[in-house]
Design a protein around this ligand. Structure first.
Ligand SMILES: [Cu+2]
Length: 182
């Protein structure tokens, strides 16, 4: 009898654990959810890093990402990449609009959360706490996984098979670019 009870409890715990695990990498509030936040590990001494994620809205919710903060960074900005001739440069933007029922992916060579004045390097395997600030949903706290330097996506996923040869992490995140106004 006792043994059977224990098994039942174990089964319930397992089910709970699985359930939690399935949702672990999605964070949401008021119709806005943030999926698979991740960042790239940074070399020792680097002052900047970048984080990426997917913003999803439900059918009734349009919102706008207007800022972010993290205790590891002195300053956090929202950036995009623009083409200037053959060169890709980062630019600070005021926010990212996400229409209702839409998905917007922040990714290398695209929009990203720029972590500036890093107080410590981002170490592969760490969880990085970032607070995203939305116009309507307010603050959403996420835990970003820190992936290896040069990773092209979360958990080894590559969203950009066509950009294999370009290492933007070195090109524009490794050293403070001239575009950055500190
Ligand atoms: Cu940037």
């Amino acid at each position: 009898m006792k043994r059977r009870y224990t098994l039942a409890v174990l089964a319930t715990l397992c089910a709970l654990a699985l359930n939690v695990d399935a949702r672990a990498h999605e964070f949401s509030a008021k119709g806005v959810s943030v999926a698979h936040p991740w960042a790239r590990a940074t070399p020792k001494g680097a002052k900047v890093g970048a984080a990426y994620l997917e913003i999803k809205t439900d059918e009734k919710t349009a919102d706008r990402l207007i800022g972010a903060k993290s205790s590891v960074a002195g300053k956090v900005e929202i950036h995009t990449h623009i083409h200037e001739g053959d060169v890709m440069k980062m630019r600070r933007i005021d926010g990212i609009d996400v229409k209702a029922g839409a998905s917007h992916v922040l990714k290398p060579s695209g929009d990203h959360v720029m972590l500036m004045d890093l107080k410590q390097p981002l170490k592969e395997g760490d969880l990085l706490k970032i607070t995203l600030i939305f116009e309507k949903a307010g603050e959403i706290d996420v835990d970003a996984t820190v992936e290896p330097m040069g990773a092209k996506g979360p958990h080894g996923m590559s969203h950009q098979p066509g950009h294999e040869g370009m290492d933007h992490s070195k090109m524009d995140h490794g050293k403070p670019a001239s575009e950055h106004k500190h």
